[in-house]
Design a binder for this molecule. Structure first.
Ligand code: AMP
Ligand code: ZN
Length: 115
């Protein structure tokens, strides 16, 4: 836990969010500024600043996030129509919050390449 981290505060309930999913290792909540009909952020309960911090010691975190995202996609009814999973890494990707978060986007046709 990082006491100055927005997403750690959401996990602790100090800042309110609409919860989409939770298990022992993973927390997921609806994005405050949704970019698609379904836009959920899936985060590890462990504070990790972003995907560049993933290495051999914490590699299972990534699969925990994806397994949770797939479950949320099924619950949201977008598993058949499709969805996008996004990890923004650093300034050029527009990463704004430095607690690892996987974006789950779906419920509409998504453009490629992204802007
Ligand atoms: P990124 O640009 O990849 O760092 O994404 C950060 C995301 O967090 C953005 O999509 C924001 O809309 C979202 N966000 C920021 N603050 C909150 C909050 N309090 N509750 C839910 N989502 C948030
Ligand atoms: Zn954090």
């Amino acid at each position: 836990m990082d006491k100055n981290c927005l997403f750690c505060k959401i996990i602790k309930g100090e800042i309110k969010a609409k919860i989409a999913y939770e298990n022992e290792k993973v927390f997921a909540f609806y994005d405050i500024n949704p970019q698609a009909p379904t836009h959920v952020l899936i985060i590890p309960k462990l504070h990790i600043s972003g995907a560049p911090e993933i290495d051999d010691n914490n590699r299972t975190v990534v699969s925990d996030l994806i397994i949770a995202a797939n479950e949320i996609a099924r619950q949201s009814g977008i598993d058949k129509t499709g969805y996008r999973l996004v990890l923004n890494c650093g300034p050029d990707a527009g990463q704004a919050v430095f607690h690892l978060h996987l974006h789950l986007l779906g419920g509409r046709k998504l453009n490629w390449p992204p802007g």
